[in-house]
Design a protein around this ligand. Structure first.
Ligand SMILES: Cc1ncc(COP(=O)(O)O)c(C=O)c1O
Length: 360
């Protein structure tokens, strides 16, 4: 039997959240958008399905790049379009890493960075957030890593770090590629795109999966200075982003008003959920994403399981630093209501049974 390379044999694959195969679940476990895409997106997809499927997609994404460039006030040469933002992350790692290099990331953060580092024979070096979720001082000095990954907002807490802090890291580390993963930035107060003009070692990555509700189509993009973008084009698959994904993304960008509204709804629901769950006894750090991390006073697996029995899926991480909490994506209003009701019941029953055990 021929074996693959050692790093592939030893690779710990990324574990995505569960996608239930039966209907009826309230899905608050993978940070998808609970609202449908804009009606303009659905119309554009319907109109194109007959004529466009037999033809290859534009490998240069000219129309989408031009609209994206206008929207974020950069030139088209700064934009690389990818099969979900995960693809642009993988291509950056492939471009810049050699076996033996290291990659820096906050801890905790998006776990795909570690999988990608292993895939290209590099090691992951974590900079652990303190109890207030602040970035460790060491990262503001020069560090010996080829790539530094900064997700902003950062999962699983949804913490937002000010652009000034990111600029400090870029300034201190001119020999590293700094990835600012802004998959959730549309739910946050600011973005870091201005830094692309200032630093030639930064790439900001964006997703159409979250705020634009197109997770199923797989489309994202990266914005960086042209010398980085050109390398990404050089190594991508010829047709990495399918026709329908490009059509949907163009239509979505042409209907920004719709998306502003659903983003506002999600932000308002996030505040409401955090307030209600805090009343129930959860401790929730501030979040600037479409999810938040609800901490319980002990291991929270039982709450995850109790919710699952009620057909509500949230995310539980079996890790010492995260096992006391649940990452919960913000849903539609009726879903959030059901979550609050379910949690009230679960917590009440737990309090009753603890009281019984104590009085026995
Ligand atoms: C921080 C972060 N970056 C990137 C992604 C990937 O997004 P996409 O669907 O665009 O590949 C995710 C997905 O959950 C994420 O949490």
């Amino acid at each position: 039997m021929i074996l693959p390379n050692e790093n592939i044999r030893l690779l710990r694959p990324y574990e995505p959240g569960e996608q239930p195969q039966i209907a009826g679940f309230i899905k608050l476990n993978t940070n998808e958008n609970p609202y449908p895409p804009s009606p303009a997106v659905l119309r554009a997809l319907k109109q194109s399905i007959k004529d466009r499927l037999r033809i290859y997609p534009d490998p240069q994404f000219r129309q989408l790049r031009s609209i994206t460039a206008q929207r974020w006030r950069v030139s088209a040469e700064h934009i690389f379009v990818s099969n979900g933002s995960d693809e642009v992350l993988r291509l950056i790692f492939q471009c810049y890493l050699s076996p033996g290099d290291s990659v820096a990331g906050l801890f905790p953060t998006y776990t795909l960075y570690e999988t990608l580092a292993q895939l290209f024979g590099a090691t992951m070096h974590y900079y652990e957030l303190d109890d207030d979720l602040r970035i460790p001082e060491a990262l503001f000095k020069r560090v010996p890593h080829k790539i530094i990954c900064l997700s902003n907002p950062n999962p699983p807490f949804g913490t937002f770090y000010d652009t000034e802090l990111i600029a400090l890291i870029c300034r201190a580390n001119p020999d590293s590629i700094i990835i600012v993963d802004e998959a959730y930035v549309d739910f946050a107060p600011k973005h870091a795109l201005a830094l692309v003009k200032l630093f030639d070692n930064i790439i900001v990555t964006r997703s159409f999966s979250k705020s634009f509700g197109l997770a199923g189509l797989r489309i994202g993009f990266g914005i960086a200075q042209p010398h980085i973008v050109e390398y990404l084009y050089k190594i991508k698959d010829s047709y990495n982003v399918n026709v329908m994904a490009q059509i949907a993304a163009i239509a979505a960008l042409q209907d920004i008003r719709y998306y502003r509204q659903i983003i506002q709804n999600i932000i308002a629901s996030r505040s409401h959920l955090i307030k209600e769950l805090t009343k129930l006894g959860f401790n929730i750090p501030p979040s600037s994403a479409n999810f938040f991390f609800a901490r319980w006073c002990e291991n929270a697996r039982w709450i995850y399981e109790a919710l699952k029995r009620k057909k509500i899926l949230v995310r539980y991480f079996d890790h010492p630093r995260l096992a006391d909490g649940l990452r919960i994506s913000v849903g539609k209003e009726n879903e959030n209501k059901k979550l609050i009701t379910a949690l009230k019941e679960i917590v009440k029953n737990e309090k009753k049974s603890t009281k019984r055990t104590k009085t026995r």
